[in-house]
Design a protein around this ligand. Sequence first.
Ligand SMILES: Nc1ncnc2c1ncn2[C@@H]1O[C@H](COP(=O)(O)OP(=O)(O)O)[C@@H](O)[C@H]1O
Ligand SMILES: [Mg+2]
Length: 508
Amino acid sequence: MSEPLPSVLTVNRLNKAYNVPVLKDFDFDLRKGEVHALIGSNGAGKSTFAKILTGLTPRNSGEILFQGTPFKPSNKQEASAAGINMVLQELNVIPTLTVGENLFLHTLPHHKGIIARKELHQLSKQALTRLGLNELNPDQLADTLGVGQQQLVEIAGALAQNSSILILDEPTAALTGPEIERLFENIQRLREEGVAMIYISHRMDEIFRIADRVTVLRDGHRINTHDTDGVSMDTLVHEMAGDELAERHPHLEIQHRGPGLTVKNLTAKPAVNDVSFSVQKGEILGIAGLIGAGRTETLRAIFGADPKQSGTVFIGDETTPLSISSPTDAVKAGIGLIPEDRKQDGLLLNKSVSLNTTLSTLERFSKSGLIDHRKEFDATVATTDKLELKYDSVEQSVDELSGGNQQKVVMGRWLLCDSPVLLFDEPTRGIDVAAKETIYNALDQLAREGKTLVVVSSDLLELMSISHRILVMSAGKIAGEFTPDDWSQEAITAAAFSEYISTHERAQ
Ligand SMILES: Nc1ncnc2c1ncn2[C@@H]1O[C@H](COP(=O)(O)OP(=O)(O)O)[C@@H](O)[C@H]1O
Ligand SMILES: [Mg+2]
């Protein structure tokens, strides 16, 4: 056995909190020329760690030694100048710049302040060729590229930097097979050149292929670090899942009142692949899965917000399939979608609490075109009281409310609509514990009134505490169905990863 390579990065007791602690006394070490995978369920803190290393967010406490000296970058440029670069999980290509400008955004070659176009063109060509992107023209605008190509441009940009440490955060999510192979060839080359890499992915087959070591992060804690050669898939899933039990929410008895929502063979490329399920009236169906598994896209396709290639949707018994090709059709048919991004899809931020609450039901409060503000006021107060919404006046604009209270305004709107089927996408994301509790109570209340509820959440304990049943999606498919009698964090996590494990691994 050869000596382990020297450490380039040592992290001691790193702590970071946003609203709640996200990294907790996290220890980590990275060796020269190794590929070190970082794995964990949604929200474990992986991207946050990467962002601290690259100066995108500050830590609260803890020590980072980079090549033996304390390291505390205050922005991305500083980290990059020191030799730490990253490919971000979210796409960051700037559409209005050319491919070449995107590649060398922070190190544009110039003479006396004027961009050296020829040099930029040449450097870009080289960087693109390395990733097999020979057909791309460095001078074309980035927004002419597809998502996969944009991701590759971003990767090419990071690879072209002179890095001692390169962090790849879910780099292959948007890539196809041959593109992934190219990336791996480049990772291999960089490793031989002595570059240390942190590789964040939930694709277990990739990790077993390219990582030397793997560290498991769960709920902000480092659980373990293994040599990839000596560890099994089962061990990793077990460590990611943990064995904490969910506290059951009190009002759990389901009162079946017949069929609620039925979805058959729904396909919405590329994210949703032949998904079928049904939900009873009065039932809360949870949908679990990793980020990118197709959960949001399933809700959006049912709601008519995204096109679908196939699929039938029924409310009640399966006699007449609904014909939904837009959100307006869905609302008419009796389906509501409460989206994850409240700011983007749900709320008129600079408008009042009352308008935002009554937005979808305004015709009920108007007489010959005029809004009856008294009626609107009463309806708003009745609804928002139910949700324990905290505000100064119904005229207050919603951008002054906390995230939890904004979410309640969106929920209030749907309560007023009285839709029999409600689809919730991450209803408690980013809100505090007390607000979460009222939202759970509202979900319970809706179920007891006989509504049909589908709830997507990345918080497994939350899903286990509020759902009557949980479906697990993995890579666009339904990969498991669990009831309280047979579910555990481990079983659900294993199902969530199942479609990302190569057949080779499964056979072992
Ligand atoms: N900018 C932010 N503000 C508030 N909370 C955040 C922010 N970024 C991440 N979080 C929260 O921190 C936790 C860890 O997130 P993240 O590091 O992105 O996890 P992972 O990459 O492992 O899925 C999550 O609960 C997430 O909601
Ligand atoms: Mg992440």
